[in-house]
Structures are given as C-alpha cells and as structure tokens.
Ligand binder design. Structure first.
Ligand SMILES: CC1=C(CCC(=O)O)c2cc3nc(cc4[nH]c(cc5[nH]c(cc1n2)c(C)c5CCC(=O)O)c(CCC(=O)O)c4C)C(CCC(=O)O)=C3C
Ligand SMILES: [Fe+2]
Length: 375
C-alpha cells in the first residue's frame, strides 16, 4: 500500500477569504468593514449595496467557501492526508481572528494558509497577510501563544487551476450559436486595481508598469488561450480586461473596463465574446453581478452574442491542486526539493513574500512573509 501523504510540519490548513453578507441587515456593516479607511465614494457603496440587495442581501461567496471546504476535507480524507481544515474571513464571520482562537485552543501550532486569491496584489496577497498579523496580535493580547503561520505560493499558474479554466472556456464556446464559435473573442476578466497598486505588486525587482499583478494575469490568459485554440482547432483572439472598479474617478485604475471592451468588440465586428473570469476562484458577487448581470446586459443591448465561462469553484482538479500545493510546501519546509507544478512562462512563484512585496498605502504588520514580525 502507498504510504499516507505527509503534511508535517503543518498541523492545520486555513482557508482565508473575503467574506460576504448573509442577509439584508448584513450588507451595510459588511461594506463598512470592507471600505474602512479606504476613501471609497459613498455613491459607490450605495451602488454596490444595491447589487447585494438584488440577491436578497446574500453574497454567494460564503456558501461557495463552505462547498470548497467540504471538497478539500473529502479529498484529504480520500488521499489519507490527516490535516484539519479551518476557515476564516477578512470582512465577515467567521472572522479570521475567531478562527485563530479556535485553532490555538485545539492545539494547532503550524498553520498553512490558502487565500482565495490566486495572484499577487495588495488586496489579494499582502492584505491577507495583514489579516493574519492582526489575528496573531489579538491572540498575543489575550495571552494566548499564537501558532506559526505560512501562506501558499500564488497558484494562478498551477495546472490544476489553468486546465480547469481552459475546459470551462471550451465548454462555454460550445454554448454559443454554432455560426459564431470559431472567431469568438476571449475576454479574460479580473478585478481592476489602482495603477499604483498594480505597478508595485509582487517582489520589488519586478515593480514597474502593471507589476506582477498584470504579468501573472497575462501569463495565465495566454496559457489558457493557447490551450483553447488547440482544443477547438480555431483561433480565438484574446485580451485581458478589468471590472469592478471603485475608488475616485480621478485615480487611475487598470483598464479597459469589460463593458467598454465589449462595445469595442461589437464596433470591430467580432462575432461573439466569451467572458473568462480568470481573476476569481468562485462565482461570487463580482462574477454574478459585474459579469453575469451588468456586462451580459451590455452585450445583449449591443447585440453581441456572449457567454461567461466557469470559475474553478470546487472542481476536483482545483481541489487536487490545493492538495498538491500543500504537500509541496510541507516538503519544502522539511528541507526537501519538491516538484513545483506550473504552466506558462513565469514558473512557480516564491514561497515567502520578500520584503517590499505588494506594499499597501501605509505600512502595517504582515505575517507569513520575510518582513513578518512573527516567527
Ligand atoms: C484584487 C481584488 C480581489 C481579488 C482577490 C481576492 O479575492 O481577494 C477582490 C475580491 C473581492 N472583492 C469583493 C468585494 C468588494 N471589493 C471592494 C473593493 C475593492 N476590491 C479591490 C480589489 C480586489 N477585490 C479593491 C482595490 C477595492 C477598493 C477598496 C480597497 O482598496 O479595498 C468592495 C467595496 C465596494 C467597491 O468598491 O466595490 C467590495 C464589496 C469580494 C466579495 C464578493 C462577494 O461578496 O461575493 C471579493 C471576493
Ligand atoms: Fe505578495
């Protein structure tokens, strides 16, 4: 019999996510948590609140994370991986600090973190590391010895992520009317962020226009587009586009916006568009509203046939990728030299964010990186 896989030195996996409201009364307090001290205009908050109310005040993200948790636990059990899996959020219950209290009470000393963002950026990487530091500080204040915490490398280029996205795109193309499939454009969609955050995303040597955030998305998009062309035997032009911009209009954010891109495609005579939410791991609000509702409406009004491809969600290949990443990191921490799976041109990313990785506007303590004040 095969030996059981080893997750030592880790004794817990933490799924760390954004959080979302679970009912109408949660919407405003949730938005206040998200935007505390970030200068988001009130009109934008009211508009985003209305998106949640269209869905009964419930974000789909928590249910999706519960589904992912169940799938990870089932996968670990099937493969004999004895590693408990916890869940904590930045902006809504279960709050990550409460989860750390629970982990400490249950004797967990070495925690590995899986954040529900696959890419480098302040919002998707360092801010999660700041959330971890906040939880560790809270435990220390309470006289509880905090566990040691690490974070998995960015997984945007793991084959279990990209192959799953590719299959979703091929399936989406097949949902288009047969006459417009071959020349259908692929619009790879991700969250817009301020130009200034993009330029400083990732480790300092790569800082410059777009930074690691744009470079990683372009690498992922190119890899998927090439695989889709191979699978369909057709050539699908593609472009990386952005959505869900907030902030003041005077601050530059990454462009083009997906709606403007759809209009430009219609103008240029493109036969159809497939929106590929490559920047997101599940069908949360930014996908269900900003793409499925708003961008779909734009395409319909302009008469451009459009479909949206699936996010990885709890697809078994994505869950297997998570197991692979956990075992890879555990082996690396034990001093071994694991195989590090990666597609595309950039190769596997760093295990430990270096000093100056994805800086925020104001320096705050961040755990699980070279500049962590914690062990
Ligand atoms: C890069 C990135 C990701 C992907 C990485 C990751 O997954 O972390 C992401 C995910 C998400 N963003 C989400 C929701 C929101 N994001 C906001 C605001 C912002 N996001 C930003 C960036 C990102 N956001 C930024 C630069 C802002 C401006 C304010 C700030 O600097 O923080 C606001 C405030 C209102 C508004 O301005 O839109 C809301 C409500 C949800 C939950 C959806 C649900 O409920 O299902 C998820 C998964
Ligand atoms: Fe980072």
């Amino acid at each position: 019999m095969d030996r059981a896989p080893v997750s030592a030195p880790y004794d817990a996996l933490l799924l760390l996510s954004f959080g979302g409201p679970e009912g109408p009364d949660d919407v405003i307090p949730f938005l206040e948590n998200v935007t505390r001290g970030r200068g988001i205009p009130r009109e934008r908050l009211a508009a985003v609140g209305a998106h949640y109310h269209l869905f009964g005040g419930v974000s789909p993200i928590n249910e999706q994370n519960r589904t992912l948790l169940a799938a990870i636990r089932a996968d670990f059990a099937e493969y004999g991986l004895d590693l408990p899996v916890y869940w904590g959020n930045r902006n809504w219950a279960p709050h990550v600090t409460d989860t750390f209290r629970e982990m400490a009470a249950e004797g967990r000393r070495r925690v590995l973190t899986l954040a529900t963002s696959a890419y480098a950026s302040y919002s998707g990487c360092r801010q999660y590391r700041e959330d971890l530091a906040g939880a560790l500080a809270a435990l220390e204040d309470e006289g509880v010895e905090p566990p040691r915490v690490d974070k998995l490398r960015h997984y945007f280029n793991h084959p279990g992520f990209l192959d799953t996205v590719t299959d979703g795109v091929v399936a989406a193309i097949e949902r288009l009317p047969s006459g417009v499939r071959d020349g259908a454009h692929l619009a790879f969609c991700t969250h817009s962020i301020p130009d200034a955050s993009a330029d400083t995303s990732g480790p300092p040597p790569g800082h410059g226009p777009g930074g690691a955030y744009v470079a990683q998305h372009l690498d992922a998009a190119r890899t998927v587009a090439e695989a889709v062309d191979l699978a369909t035997g057709a050539t699908h032009p593609w472009r990386l586009v952005y959505q869900s911009r907030s902030g003041a209009p005077s601050t530059p954010w990454l462009e083009p916006d997906v709606n403007d891109h759809i209009a430009a495609l219609r103008e240029s005579g493109a036969p159809a568009v497939v929106m590929v939410p490559i920047g997101f791991v599940s069908d949360h609000m930014e996908v269900r509203y900003d793409l499925d509702t708003e961008a779909m409406d734009t395409a319909e009004k302009l008469g451009l046939p459009a479909v949206r491809s699936a996010t990885v969600g709890a697809d078994p290949r994505f869950v297997a990728a998570i197991r692979d990443l956990v075992l890879e990191r555990a082996a690396a921490e034990r001093g071994e030299t694991p195989r590090r799976a990666a597609l595309g041109r950039l190769g596997p990313g760093h295990d430990l964010c270096p000093v100056g990785c994805c800086p925020g506007r104001a320096p705050r303590p961040a755990a699980a990186g070279a500049d962590s004040p914690y062990a």
